[in-house]
Design a protein around this ligand. Structure first.
Ligand code: HEM
Length: 346
């Protein structure tokens, strides 16, 4: 496309070659202009160049940030201003930019992307700078250390903070990792974005597919009945709710296919279905994401029955997606809940 060479891989055998057999060659992720700018020039982990810095970041992130123990609540995520910033990030990540394909056409910028990018990143800067400053203050109050019982993601990252710009990658390799303020900002953005938009989009798709397939919806709701309607679903119930299914008719949404013995799984070992990718750059937030997704969908289906509004037929539901990091739905899903559970909801 334009000046970029692109190859689409659409067969599991080829996907295995790229993501597993030869993944040392294919482990660098390309970054379009929007992504480079919004990640502070690839100062994050997801778009970091494949090399020692990425390796350290990944280790640090997996150990410190993607653990299921991390249940902190982020007041800022509920802040309307912050939500608007994330929504603009999401739109920008999905915007088509001709300059990615024909660099010398960058000056044309018919969508005003360059101005939007600057605005979006400076809005995020203000937000995250305040969070970082608050943490530095807190550290001062605690005589230079963090109170063990009360550390969060920013505290964990701050331990590696350095005010000097990194001189070279070799330094990362020799010493333990050092993070600049841009690294910290980019990682915070990534974890918040990665942890919200991906899961929200998956929940919306799951409900839309179920509403379009009332038989499957019924089946899933019957499964949730093992819990009984007198209490909420808990994580320990998940094993009892698992459906193990077949692989025929791949274009139909049939979650019950996963109930069958020996069916390909989705965790990156079977290349027929890789929603979390596979290989060394696969999703480190999978467990966290699945937990949030399973919990939300289980609660929504266990507590309510769902109908489409205004007598809309399931076949009339718009199932198109739009381009973006999380392949979001083209139109928002509207559905009407009716309480099903007999115990109090909260
Ligand atoms: C339903 C939820 C999610 C889905 C479907 C999803 C999907 C993906 C996919 C497809 C990739 C690229 C894999 C590859 O290139 O092979 C990825 C990478 C990544 N995801 Fe997720 N993800 C989800 C949730 C999360 C969460 C909750 C977090 C963090 C809190 C997260 C953080 C990341 C990061 C940092 C990477 C880049 C890893 C690297 O380049 O080394 N994801 N994710």
């Amino acid at each position: 496309m334009g000046f970029l060479h692109m190859v689409a891989i659409s067969h599991p055998k080829m996907a295995r070659q790229v993501l597993q057999v030869q993944d040392n060659i294919f482990s660098n992720r390309p970054a379009i202009i929007v992504i480079s700018y919004l990640t502070y020039d690839r100062a994050d982990m997801a778009f970091a160049y494949y090399g020692p810095f990425w390796r350290h970041m990944r280790k640090l992130n997996v150990m410190k940030l993607f653990s299921r123990k991390r249940t902190e609540s982020w007041e800022s995520i509920r802040d309307e201003g912050f939500i608007r910033i994330l929504q603009e990030f999401s739109k920008l990540f999905g915007a088509f930019n001709i300059a990615d394909f024909i660099p010398w056409l960058g000056w044309v910028d018919p969508q005003g992307l360059n101005t939007r990018l600057e605005k979006a990143r400076s809005a995020l800067d203000k937000f995250i700078d305040t969070i970082i400053e608050d943490h530095i203050e807190k550290k001062k109050w605690n005589n230079g250390g963090f109170d063990d019982g009360d550390t969060d993601m920013v505290d964990d990252l701050h331990i590696f903070y350095t005010e000097e710009a990194k001189t070279n990658e070799l330094e990362d390799l020799q010493n333990s990792i050092k993070l600049t303020r841009d690294n910290i900002k980019a990682i915070i953005m990534e974890v918040i974005f990665g942890g919200t938009e991906t899961v929200a989009s998956a929940i919306e798709w799951a409900l839309a597919e179920l509403l379009r397939n009332p038989k499957e919806m019924k089946r899933v709701q019957q499964v949730t009945e093992v819990v009984g309607l007198e209490r909420n679903v808990e994580e320990s119930d998940f094993d009892k709710l698992t459906d193990k299914n077949s692989w025929e008719d791949p274009d139909s949404f049939r979650p019950s296919r996963f109930l069958r013995e020996g069916v390909p799984d989705f965790k990156g070992n079977n290349f027929e279905f890789i929603p979390f990718g596979s290989g060394r750059r696969s999703c480190p937030g999978m467990q966290l994401g699945l937990y949030a997704l399973d919990m939300a969908v289980a609660h929504l289906l266990h507590c309510f029955t769902w109908e489409l509004p205004d007598g809309m037929k399931p076949s009339e539901l718009d199932m198109s997606d739009i381009f973006g990091l999380t392949a979001p739905r083209a139109t928002r899903l509207y559905a009407v809940p009716k309480k099903r559970q007999v115990c109090p909801l909260f």
